[in-house]
Design a protein. Structure first.
Length: 726
């Protein structure tokens, strides 16, 4: 199908229900884990997309490898634990843990094989661009002279070659640890030994070699180590070698009654490092005895071992994306500063007082969010700042501003989520820094993650206090904000200010809000509000009124919400979903879900914003409609086990920006779109006219300012996407 159909055309022809399909049974859902793997296939496909710049293709390959590693260390590790405990309870789609593990491993092995094939393809294309990844057999005498010096100065001090015998037991290999396993023989008497050489993770994986002209030459670190074995094991010769890499269970368990939550998390982080091995990858050609020794010492079963003919640790190839070859990367893009902020000479409070303002990151700079908090820290009329922190950067300007405000004597409360996966240690460091500055640090709930993105600034203006709030769909992380698409709503509307205060009181004192004016939150009311709004749209359809839902999210898994969408579609509601990652919903099944269509956008920027629009008896896009932005995906964990927000957009300009710009462009996108069918297959979108450039929502947003950020200096005709404009 073409994606111009997605915005205004008819829904695609439905397919007959697949064999064995039961509209009341588990087959009405796709499996969550397999759907995630399908998403990672789409990421990997971008590494083979000739329309993507070459080094960006390398980056996509690296991302697919990192994604798969994290998937195994968390999701697969959890399924493995359930299976080993004898758990046979089925998932929503009816699969036991063992059945899921079997299908995951089959898919993952095919994915890893394709990664290796893609790597070889990219390697050839890089050579055509004078970028070479060498093997030690290709080294020249000049290379060896350079590497001898480099090895002694930069690598040798970091190495710990280890013999394996009763006096030297098998060492601990950390998560993502990479080792060379060796069989060596002493030249003097022929004595054979087994040895290990851990590859240091603190050293770059690819060594830049001297090169003439415009060439760039790289040698993998393990190739250098193999070339230097004689200096590491003097008097020995190498009989056999292989590389291996381990992934460990990285999920964390925390005691619910922990007296010192920070200390408990520090202990849990150490346990994670020593988690059970869930996957062992090793290169071919290992001696059977060495392979058996590694498997025994790491306690892995045969089906948890993957033999790789190629490069281990594919995630490391991101090091090849070098600044000197910007010509092989995306064209530079500088995020815009909203014109209204410029009109007010950078005064965020004045810009927000004029009217609510929605920023669309990364197209509008995240520096505006930082400016908001820095201005609050330095403004003598600001009395208090409250801020949630889920993920942020190591040298966070957000934390800098909060510390500055606290040191200036303002009341600063930071709600730090320690359970932000893989960022726990960073968040512990930031919380201690905030406490030293005099901020009050709150860690929220043990049983819930605080995933909401809220900032509130209380300012004295005349004889009253005004609360300025920021509501986000993404994290307060200036680095990821350069590549994640997210929304930032700034407002000084009193109802949202009061709602923010109630949520913060809930986080700090367990005071469950009994009245929220313009907000729904999980785990209290968000899921119920969504289902209620979906049902209300179905009522419009049954009454013969236009009924539509547009929604955008990272993942949709929650069975109750999916069933509500099925019911609404069967009532006649036209439902268009943009789901970047996991989708448990089957669209386009005749007589069941034929009024639901699903697409995924994978491209230069990572789609991360969560939006839902209800026609409310009108067509989309039109007025009046109800529009919401959220921090939550439609998953059980977000709706029932996290603190999340669903903010209704009341300002007409911001509503129009979301409906007629953001959602319309996403629905119309062709260049980065994959369309899901009822069998679970994603197909790249096609265009009506092969000679016409395919529409890219990312390109559109880079070239056009946002409606709500317009100022007197900006264009008066900001494009909105409707059926007459495209």
């Amino acid at each position: 199908m073409t994606t111009s159909d997605f915005l205004h055309g008819p829904f695609p022809d439905p397919i007959d229900p697949p064999e064995g399909f039961d509209p009341e049974g588990p087959s009405r859902f796709f499996n969550r884990e397999l759907s995630w793997i399908a998403f990672n296939w789409r990421v990997l496909e971008e590494a083979s997309n000739p329309k993507v710049p070459l080094l960006e293709r390398v980056r996509f390959l690296s991302i697919s490898a990192t994604n798969l590693d994290e998937f195994y260390t968390v999701r697969v590790a959890g399924l493995r634990e359930l299976h080993r405990a004898g758990n046979t309870n089925p998932s929503t789609d009816g699969k036991t843990p063992y059945e899921q593990l079997t299908q995951i491993n089959d898919q993952a092995r095919r994915l890893m094989q394709t990664q290796q094939e893609t790597y070889q393809e990219l390697r050839g294309l890089l050579e055509a661009e004078n970028m070479f990844i060498l093997e030690r057999s290709a080294l020249t005498e000049a290379d060896r002279a350079f590497l001898d010096e480099y090895f002694l100065a930069n690598v040798f001090p970091m190495l710990s070659p280890l013999a394996i015998d009763p006096a030297h037991p098998f060492p601990f290999i950390p998560n993502t640890g990479f080792c060379l396993a060796l069989t060596i023989r002493r030249k003097a008497d022929g004595l054979k030994r087994s040895a290990l050489l851990p590859v240091p993770q603190q050293i770059d994986r690819f060594i830049r070699l001297p090169a003439e002209g415009l060439a760039f030459r790289f040698l993998p670190l393990e190739e250098l180590l193999l070339d230097q074995l004689e200096s590491l094991f003097p008097g020995y010769e190498t009989l056999n070698h292989c590389g291996f890499r381990v992934l460990r269970d990285s999920d964390m368990e925390v005691e619910e009654e922990a007296e010192d939550l920070v200390r408990e998390f520090e202990v849990a982080l150490k346990r994670r490092r020593r988690g059970e091995v869930v996957r062992l990858k090793l290169t071919g050609g290992a001696e059977p005895s060495v392979r058996a020794l590694i498997m025994e010492e790491l306690d892995v079963a045969a089906d948890e071992v993957v033999e790789v003919d190629g490069l281990l640790g594919m995630a490391d190839i991101k090091e090849l994306v070098i600044d000197e070859r910007r010509d092989l990367q995306w064209a530079p893009f500088s995020p815009r500063i909203p014109e209204r902020v410029q009109d007010h000479n950078g005064d965020m409070f004045a810009a927000i007082r004029q009217k609510d303002m929605l920023l669309h990151h990364p197209y509008e700079t995240f520096d505006t969010v930082v400016r908001f908090l820095k201005q609050a820290a330095n403004d003598p009329d600001v009395l208090a700042i409250k801020q949630t922190l889920y993920r942020t950067s190591r040298d966070s300007p957000i934390v800098d501003a909060l510390c500055e405000a606290a040191e200036a004597g303002k009341s600063v409360t930071a709600f730090v989520e320690l359970k932000a996966r893989f960022d726990e240690a960073a968040n512990i460091r930031q919380s201690r820094r905030l406490e030293r500055a005099g901020a009050h640090v709150v860690y929220g709930f043990i049983q819930y993650k605080t995933h909401a993105k809220i900032s509130a600034v209380v300012r004295r203006e005349g004889d009253k206090l005004v609360t300025y709030t920021h509501w986000g769909t993404g994290n307060y992380h200036p680095i990821t904000a350069r590549i994640y698409t997210d929304l930032s709503l700034f407002t000084c509307e009193a109802p949202l200010g009061r709602d923010a205060a109630r949520v913060f009181n809930y986080l700090s004192g367990y005071a469950q809000p009994d009245k929220l004016e313009n907000l729904a939150i999980s785990p209290i009311s968000l899921k119920d509000r969504l289902i209620e709004m979906i049902a209300r749209e179905a009522d419009h359809a049954r009454a013969g009124r236009p009924a539509q839902i547009w929604a955008k999210m990272n993942s949709i898994v929650d069975s109750d919400v999916i069933d509500a969408l099925y019911a609404a579609g069967q009532a006649g509601v036209k439902i268009s979903l943009i789901v970047r990652g996991i989708c448990g919903l089957r669209p386009g099944i005749r007589g069941f879900s034929e009024n639901i269509r699903v697409k995924s956008i994978v491209g230069r920027f990572l789609e991360h914003s969560r939006i839902v629009c209800f026609g409310s008896g009108n067509g989309l896009p039109s007025e009046p409609v109800r529009v919401f932005m959220s921090s939550a995906d439609w998953m059980g964990r977000n709706l029932m086990r996290r603190v999340e927000t669903l903010v209704e957009i009341k300002n007409p300009t911001v509503r129009a920006q979301i409906v007629r710009q953001i959602m319309a462009a996403n629905l119309y996108d062709e260049a980065q779109t994959w369309v899901l069918d009822g069998m679970g297959t994603f197909t790249r979108a096609s265009s009506d006219d092969p000679d016409k450039p395919m529409f890219s929502c990312h390109k559109f947003f880079m070239e056009n300012p946002s409606l709500s950020g317009r100022g007197s200096a900006g264009a008066t005709d900001v494009p909105e996407l409707t059926h007459t404009d495209i």
